[in-house]
Write a protein that binds this ligand. Structure first.
Ligand code: HEC
Length: 102
């Protein structure tokens, strides 16, 4: 498990995703709970933070998002992401930061 995580983190570091594709992916897979678009603050599911607020969380990084998406959460379905989809969606969320992502 630890090894898998390290491998996927290094994959992310090498291959940043495509934020545009990530937006489309999020619209299809995440929007039923999360407010996905820039400037959207009201999530469908009150417990799910908007992606913009996720992006604005202090210290939020691609790594933190990858780790979040690779671990399971009782309140969120466990997604089977392809590495590309996951990197794309992470790139999209980071693109919502007020300051461009690292
Ligand atoms: C069925 C509803 C649901 C769907 C669909 C869903 N989420 Fe979530 N998500 C949640 C909830 C509820 C939380 C808050 C969980 C918590 O704080 O324990 C959450 C939290 C998160 C967080 C952590 C935010 C933070 O600041 O800690 C991220 C990142 C996230 N979701 C990404 C995604 C992505 C990407 C998708 C689509 C691929 C997605 N979610 C789809 C319900 C959902």
């Amino acid at each position: 498990m630890a090894t898998a995580l390290i491998l996927s983190i290094s994959a992310y570091a090498q291959e940043p995703g495509d934020a545009k594709a990530g937006y489309a992916f999020a619209q299809r897979n995440c929007a039923e709970c999360h407010a996905v678009g820039r400037g959207q603050t009201e999530s469908q599911n009150q417990d799910a933070p908007s992606f913009e607020s996720v992006a604005k969380t202090g210290g939020m990084t691609g790594r933190a998002l990858v780790v979040w998406l690779e671990t399971s959460h009782p309140t969120m379905p466990n997604f089977l992401f392809s590495e590309k989809d996951r990197n794309d969606v992470v790139a999209y969320i980071l693109s919502l930061k007020p300051v461009p992502a690292q």
